[in-house]
Ligand binder design. Structure first.
Ligand code: ADP
Ligand code: MG
Length: 449
């Protein structure tokens, strides 16, 4: 840390760039009131008013804020968000409690992010089903029975939250009488468990019935809380039976949810299950062009192609890379070009180039077990093929960011449950069987050097 590091001065410079980057709406809603607290061990600590703002900034803006901060001062490694430690006195607690008993359910809904709407969602093959289903839910005056519940699933950063926010803002603008609640699964569980605990569950459910659309984001975070799970899914069921539209998002398909009863999983899959696949090159180009048009800036085609080629994991990372390039040029006042792009994204690309592909893993496994590529990709059930195949699937899950479905495809399997089963089995064998363990350890050393 440099001696003259002035937290407030640094933060105010960072704020200027954040404002330039996100525009007034987001800046005023989420960023303006953040307060710098201290800079220690390369970490800048920032305080927000409450946990909600904290969570929101964390999940939506933090990565970009870190990137921007590094531009202002490359020594900043991390930004830590804390919450003002308000300790209400007893009277205040009482009032809060009283209010909660009569609270309008709509306050549990999170506010929509104005950046996320149907207009700026770029549609392509990987997401067209999810997009059309979400749009149909938003446009419809009534519940669409075959799409109830609408179950959106896909890996991180592929647009699930964006689509849910789009539904809510569309309805808020076009059909303001329809009551829509959008909430994260974690927050929903919090209210739900609180109502159970306070023996308010009946009135909680009644109030739920008064809404038209309930959207719960990232439902995978609910798995494992068995006690309340049962009650919760009963509630969902009741809503569906009462013709309330339910929209759910998840990072996996209903059948892949762990620690959730089969009966409940199958219920979740009764409506429309729409998966969002990994992006294609065309979609990435489309998304970059759309973001660039929105920001009214000029980015050379060469740079766009480069980004679409290199940043392939998900849309969030793609946006992050673009933002970084733009923030840099805003700051130094130079136009964006391919050389500066290489330079700015050097670390990011080194990281992503180090990423291991499924094919690479398969090659190593084939060599190690001295079998043929065609055999590992075949349907052979003989044990000298099955074990290597399962080991390769296991390593692909552990050492790449690919989903079960992607891995199944790489192995020419239609059904991703094969991969789930393989991963489970190899995990168990790893502990029990020293040959398997030694093989895996050897392979890991080759893959993860
Ligand atoms: P998820 O909820 O699936 O993890 P998000 O909805 O948060 O992903 O999307 C991550 C980022 O990528 C968001 O900023 C979102 O606006 C953007 N994004 C994702 N898909 C698209 C798309 N098809 N068109 C435009 N932006 C997209
Ligand atoms: Mg999300």
């Amino acid at each position: 840390m440099t001696n003259n590091f002035n937290v407030h001065k640094t933060w105010s410079k960072i704020l200027k760039l954040i404002l330039a980057h996100y525009g007034k709406d987001i800046f005023n809603s989420w960023i303006k009131d953040l307060k710098p607290i201290e800079y220690k061990s390369k970490t800048l600590t920032i305080e927000s008013k409450n946990k909600f703002i904290n969570d929101w900034v964390n999940s939506h803006y933090l990565n970009t804020i870190i990137d921007i901060s590094k531009i202002i001062n490359p020594e900043i490694n991390f930004i830590k968000l804390t919450t003002a430690s308000s300790k209400p006195n007893k009277n205040e607690i009482k009032t809060i409690d009283k209010e909660e008993k009569t609270e309008d359910l709509s306050i549990i809904s999170c506010r929509v992010d104005p950046r996320f709407n149907f207009k700026n969602f770029v549609v392509g093959k990987p997401n067209e089903l999810a997009y059309s289903a979400a749009l149909a839910v938003a446009e419809s005056e009534n519940v669409i029975i075959p799409s109830n519940p609408l179950f959106l699933y896909g890996g991180v950063g592929l647009g699930k939250t964006h689509l849910m926010h789009s539904i809510k803002s569309y309805i808020n603008n076009n059909n303001p009488d329809r009551k829509v609640i959008y909430i994260s699964a974690e927050k929903f569980m919090y209210y739900f468990i609180k109502a159970l605990r306070n023996k308010n569950i009946i009135s909680f459910k009644e109030r739920l019935r008064s809404i038209d659309i309930l959207m719960i984001d990232d439902i995978q975070f609910m798995a494992g809380k068995e006690g309340t799970q049962e009650e919760f899914f009963h509630t969902l069921n009741e809503l569906i039976n009462n013709h309330k539209q339910v929209v759910i998002s998840c990072d996996r398909s209903p059948s892949d949810l762990e620690n959730i009863e089969d009966r409940i999983k199958s219920r979740l899959g009764w409506g429309l299950v729409a998966d969002i696949h990994s992006t294609t090159y065309e979609l990435r180009i489309g998304i970059l062009q759309s973001k660039i048009a929105q920001m009214k800036i000029v980015v050379p085609e060469e740079v766009i192609n480069f980004l679409a080629n290199k940043i392939t994991n998900n849309v969030r990372e793609l946006e992050g890379a673009l933002n970084k390039v733009i923030a840099h040029s805003t700051l130094i006042g130079h136009p964006i070009n391919i050389e500066s792009t290489h330079e700015i994204l050097k670390d990011l690309l080194r990281h992503s180039e180090r990423q291991i592909s499924i094919d690479f893993i398969i090659k190593k496994v084939v060599l190690h077990y001295k079998i043929k590529l065609a055999e590992i990709l075949s349907t052979s059930r003989s044990s000298n093929i099955v074990i290597p195949r399962q080991v390769a699937m296991y390593l692909a899950k552990e050492y790449t960011k690919h989903s079960f479905l992607d891995i199944a495809r790489a192995f020419k399997k239609k059904d991703h449950t094969t991969v789930i089963h393989a991963v489970k089995k190899i995990k168990a064998l790893y502990n029990k069987n020293s040959t398997v363990r030694n093989d895996i350890n050897l392979l890991i050393r080759q893959i993860d050097h």
